[in-house]
Design a binder for this molecule. Structure first.
Ligand SMILES: [Cu+2]
Length: 177
């Protein structure tokens, strides 16, 4: 089992690394701005088709609206935030969508698809930090949990199933205003 998953991981790495796992199309965004998270799903689980995708929304990503996808059921789970975040026109959000689930569809391993979430990156977040969107990819057989996050003391370490990451940039004039 371990040898087989190592083999799969190395095959993924030999393919176009930037495209091998579940990743975000745009990997940088300014704080205090709108952000369209395009999650790219380039393969299933050891050739098995993807039938469910569960995405956890990091703290500080607010006003979350996932894109509907024909043939898939879309659900959101709401929850409290650790603090209140500023939105447009003086609005403050202290709770919102914390998880998005697409299910009931079928994405064969041979095909590619994207799962999209529209959101706002709160201005209270810190530029330079990286946010992670843990993704649980469930297949007809098996699953991939893209949840691994590099530890603070080994930021560049190679991870088996890395969580899609978004680097936060300085707020730029005109964004989200
Ligand atoms: Cu992969």
């Amino acid at each position: 089992m371990i040898i087989r998953s190592l083999l799969v991981a190395s095959l993924c790495l030999m393919a176009t690394p930037a495209f091998a796992h579940v990743t975000l199309e745009q990997r940088e965004a300014p704080v205090g701005s709108f952000y369209k998270a395009v999650l790219r799903v380039p393969h299933g689980c050891e050739k098995s088709a993807t039938v469910r995708l569960r995405v956890q929304i990091p703290e500080g990503v607010i006003s979350v609206k996932p894109m509907v996808k024909p043939g898939w059921t879309l659900e959101v789970k709401r929850g409290a935030y650790a603090r209140a975040y500023s939105y447009l026109h003086g609005a403050k959000f202290s709770e919102g969508v914390r998880e998005v689930v697409w299910s009931g569809g079928n994405l064969p391993d041979a095909f590619y698809d994207e799962f999209v979430i529209s959101a706002f990156i709160a201005g209270e977040l810190t530029a330079g930090e990286t946010l992670y969107f843990p993704v649980m990819q469930e297949c007809e057989k098996g699953a991939h949990h893209w949840v691994a996050v590099p530890s603070a003391d080994r930021p560049g370490e190679k991870l088996g199933d890395p969580a899609p990451g978004l680097k936060l940039l300085q707020k730029s004039k005109g964004h989200g205003e």
